[in-house]
Design a protein around this ligand. Structure first.
Ligand code: ZN
Length: 319
C-alpha cells in the first residue's frame, strides 16, 4: 500500500487534577475531569487507533508489523514515542521518572519528556528541579517533606518549552495546558501529592524509595531560551531539543516548505493555524490540534499554509 500520513483517535485519561479545557481544543471528552488526551500512542495503557483511510482502526504496533519501512526503526523495536495534551485544572503531584536502566531492571520503561506550553493562566508555574547540593541533603529533605526548601518553582508562559530528562523532580502546575512529547512509558514515581485525598478519602500512593534512587543530584536546570534557528524556503525552524531519545523542532510555516528526508518517521503536532501536508499527488488538510504520523517512506513531502507546528523524531541508539 502507498504510504500516507496517519491521524489517530485520541484516548482520554481521567485524573483527579484534570479539567474540561480539552473541549475547547475540539476533543469530545467524557467528563469534566479529563487530565490527559493521549493523541499518538502505542502504549498498552492507552493505544490510539488510526482514525482514517485504509488502516483505520489499527493500532500503531500493527501498522508497524505490516509496514516496517514506514517507521525506520531497528527490527523488533517498539514504537518509541508518546504524545499527550495535559489539562491541569489543579496541581499535578511532584514526581520523577526513572531512566531506561533503572526502569528496565524492574520490567518498566524509562521516561524522558518535553513540554510545550499551549496555554497558561496568569501566575501559572511549574516545579522544575531541586536545590539540594548533595544526595545526603536531597534524601533528608525528601524524608522530612521539606518541599518548600527543596523544590524550585518557575513561572511559565504560553509558548515556553521545557526539556525534562529522566531523574528531574518536576510538577505541572494548576492552570497549564501542555503538549507533552515523551518516551513511550507510564512509569512515574510520585514524591509529594499536596496531601490530597480522592473521592473515597484515600491519598494516592507515594514512591519515595524509588524516587530517591533515581533523582539526579545536582538537579538538571531548565534550558535558557534562545534556540538555534535555521531558515529554509517557506519556514523558519527552531531546534528545541535533540537528546538521546528524540529531537523536536518548531516550524513556523509561511508558504510551502519541503520536509527533510528522514530515515525514521516524523510526528507533527499543529500548534496554531492551518494548512496541508502534500506528497506525490496527494494532500491532507491539517489544523490546530492535529497530531500526525508521517511515514519515513512518504516521498516528496512538503507542508504548506500558514501554521506553527512541532516536528518530533525518534533518535535511534547506535549502542
Ligand atoms: Zn512527568
Amino acid at each position: 500500500m502507498k504510504a500516507y500520513p496517519l491521524k489517530f483517535r485520541p484516548v482520554f485519561q481521567e485524573r483527579i487534577w484534570g479539567g474540561a479545557r480539552l473541549r475547547h481544543l475540539g476533543y469530545a471528552i467524557p467528563s469534566d475531569h479529563v487530565g490527559e488526551a493521549w493523541v499518538i500512542s502505542d502504549h498498552d495503557h492507552g493505544p490510539t487507533p488510526v482514525a482514517e483511510g485504509p488502516l483505520a482502526g489499527k493500532r500503531i504496533g500493527e501498522v508497524m508489523r505490516e509496514y516496517p519501512d514506514w517507521f525506520g526503526l531497528p527490527r523488533g523495536a517498539r514504537f518509541p514515542l508518546l504524545v499527550k495534551v495535559i489539562d491541569a485544572a489543579d496541581d499535578l503531584s511532584v514526581q520523577v521518572h526513572p531512566d531506561d536502566r533503572y526502569a528496565g531492571a524492574r520490567g518498566d520503561e524509562g521516561k524522558t519528556e518535553a513540554w510545550f506550553v499551549l496555554d497558561a493562566e496568569p501566575g501559572a508555574s511549574i516545579i522544575y528541579g531541586h536545590r539540594a547540593k548533595d544526595r545526603e541533603s536531597l534524601e533528608r529533605c525528601m524524608k522530612e517533606g521539606a518541599w518548600g526548601t527543596l523544590l524550585v518553582k518557575t513561572p511559565v508562559q504560553r509558548g515556553d518549552f521545557y526539556f525534562v530528562p529522566s531523574g528531574t523532580l518536576h510538577a505541572i502546575g494548576k492552570g497549564l495546558l501542555i503538549l507533552e512529547i515523551q518516551q513511550s512509558s507510564d512509569t512515574t514515581y510520585r514524591v509529594y501529592d499536596y496531601d490530597r485525598v480522592d473521592a473515597s478519602g484515600r491519598k494516592r500512593d507515594l514512591h519515595l524509595e524509588d524516587a530517591m534512587a533515581v533523582t539526579r543530584c545536582p538537579s538538571p536546570q531548565p534550558a535558557r531560551p534562545g534556540y538555534a534557528r535555521s531558515g529554509r524556503r517557506g519556514a523558519v525552524v527552531e531546534h528545541l531539543i535533540r537528546c538521546e531519545k528524540f529531537a523536536i523542532d518548531r516550524w513556523l510555516i509561511d508558504g510551502e516548505a519541503e520536509l527533510s528526508r528522514s530515515s525514521t518517521f516524523l510526528l507533527l503536532s499543529v500548534l496554531e493555524g492551518s494548512g496541508e501536508i502534500r506528497w506525490e499527488d496527494d494532500a491532507l488538510p491539517v489544523a490546530r490540534g492535529d497530531h500526525l504520523f508521517i511515514p519515513a517512506t512518504l516521498r516528496g513531502a512538503s507542508v504548506c499554509g500558514n501554521f506553527e507546528g512541532l516536528f518530533s523524531a525518534p533518535i535511534i541508539s547506535t549502542r
